[in-house]
Design a protein around this ligand. Structure first.
Ligand SMILES: [Zn+2]
Ligand SMILES: [Zn+2]
Length: 136
């Protein structure tokens, strides 16, 4: 859907279509109506990661998300400054864009990956007996 400031909360930084608000529990994030990328304000992604069933917000096709993953020149939907691309410090294969002042953008499928992988990592650490790892 073309971005319309009256009906959409944000303009998608990747495909420039409209984003609308979706909620999980008390957390509100923005999801693109076209590429299904997700925008998380500040640390909402980490907050949601710990909530049961939050991956249901990530309805997009990961194959579609990967197409957009290579797009690099994206600007923050809040301040318009170029966003920085960063790998998650625990899961190096996940690349997301972030604005240090506003939040992060994940392509479709990345949040599910972000959430599941960390659970797997946690179980692996548990099996190895690494007690320093805190449950997500
Ligand atoms: Zn989009
Ligand atoms: Zn910003």
């Amino acid at each position: 859907m073309e971005h319309n400031p009256d009906t959409h909360s944000l303009k998608c930084p990747k495909c420039h279509h409209g984003m609308h608000e979706v909620t999980h529990g008390e957390v509100v994030i923005d999801r693109c109506t076209h590429c299904h990328g997700l925008w998380f304000d500040e640390d909402e992604a980490h907050h949601l990661k710990g909530l049961l069933g939050s991956e249901a917000l990530d309805i997009g096709d990961p194959g579609e998300g990967q197409k957009w993953d290579s797009r690099e020149d994206i600007d923050c939907p809040h301040c318009g400054k170029p966003m920085e691309k960063s790998a998650d410090h625990k899961q190096k294969h996940i690349w997301y864009e972030y604005c240090p002042d506003h939040g992060i953008f994940m392509d479709a499928g990345e949040f599910t990956d972000f959430k599941e992988e960390s659970l797997l990592d946690w179980f692996r650490a548990l099996i190895k007996g690494d007690r320093s790892v805190v449950a997500p």
